[in-house]
Each structure stands twice: as structure tokens, then as C-alpha cells.
Design a protein around this ligand. Structure first.
Ligand code: FES
Ligand code: FES
Length: 166
């Protein structure tokens, strides 16, 4: 349990996309602001800032987390993957290729969060059905696409990953 007053500062060290970042942050610094403003990783988008839209999703220790809902001090010593690091693994590359192929984005605001949730989801659901994928995506708001291209892209990525794993 971390006990700090709101304005107290703490040195933290985090590995993000394979690179170590060491920064002094206020106890109230959100992880989303830490990533974007302190580390310059602006691929993580911030929409609602209260856990509803999913745009700010990143992987912390391999788990999809809404970075607007946790403090930077809570991830001290952990490994984080943001959308900038998605091309460091083959599944992340496949996901991005399928989003491009199926035109699964327009303005792209929601896309980083959806990609990160999808990356985690495909790790734990190798045989995901269309309904499973839609349920996973229900935690993300997209104001542009109507979702069909996004669902198709994730289904297509799941299929390719399955074929390449056999
Ligand atoms: S900005 Fe974090 S869930 Fe919307
Ligand atoms: S592509 Fe614009 S909000 Fe999803």
C-alpha cells in the first residue's frame, strides 16, 4: 500500500516498450498523463478520463489496464506496453495489418486502446468467437466506424494467429 500525500513526489522506474524510464512524479499523476507528458508516448489517447471509453488502454504486466484510472506510482517497477510497442511482437503486427486491411478506423482516436485490449484478448482467447470479440469490444467507444470493420479485423487477426501457431 502506497502512502503519499497528493502533492508528494516519488521517483519511479518503469520499463515501457523495452526501454527504461526513470521519472519523479507527483503521487496524483495519472498513468495516462505520465505516458503522454512525461515519457512523450502520445499514442495512448485520453478521452473520457474516467474509465468509460477505453481509449487510454495499455498493457501493464500483460494485462489490459485503463491508464486514466491508475496512478503512475502504482506501476513503479512494472513492464508496460503501449501502442508504440505493439510492433515488437508478431501478434501486434498482425493486428495492425488487419486493422489496415479492413479499414477498421477513421479518425483513429479509439484505435490504440482497442488494439491493446485486442492484443491481450487474443493471448487468452485463441478460439474466440465473433460474439466473444464483440463482448470484448463492448468496453470501447468508437464514434466513427460502426464497429463492423473493427470486429472483422480482430476476427481476421485471430484466424491468422491461429493458422500461424499450428
Ligand atoms: S480515457 Fe481512460 S477510459 Fe476513457
Ligand atoms: S475511429 Fe474515430 S473514434 Fe474510433
Amino acid at each position: 500500500m502506497i502512502e503519499l500525500s497528493k502533492s508528494e513526489r516519488k521517483d519511479i522506474k518503469v520499463e515501457i516498450n523495452g526501454r527504461v524510464y526513470q521519472r519523479r512524479v507527483e503521487a496524483r499523476r495519472l498513468l495516462s498523463d505520465f505516458l503522454r507528458e512525461d515519457c512523450g508516448l502520445t499514442g495512448t489517447h485520453v478521452g473520457c478520463e474516467h474509465g468509460v471509453c477505453g481509449a487510454c488502454t495499455v498493457l501493464v504486466g500483460g494485462v489490459a489496464v485503463r491508464s486514466c484510472l491508475i496512478f503512475a506510482v502504482q506501476v513503479d517497477g512494472q513492464q508496460i506496453i503501449t501502442v508504440e510497442g505493439l510492433d515488437q511482437d508478431q501478434w501486434g503486427v498482425i493486428l495492425q495489418e488487419e486493422f489496415s486491411r479492413w479499414h477498421a478506423l477513421q479518425c483513429g482516436f479509439c484505435t490504440p486502446g482497442i488494439l491493446m485490449s485486442s492484443r491481450e484478448f487474443l493471448s487468452s482467447h485463441p478460439d474466440a468467437s465473433k460474439e466473444d470479440i464483440k463482448a470484448m469490444l463492448s468496453g470501447h467507444l468508437c464514434r466513427c466506424t460502426g464497429y463492423s470493420g473493427i470486429v472483422q479485423a480482430v476476427m481476421s487477426a485471430a484466424q491468422r494467429i491461429k493458422e500461424e501457431s499450428e
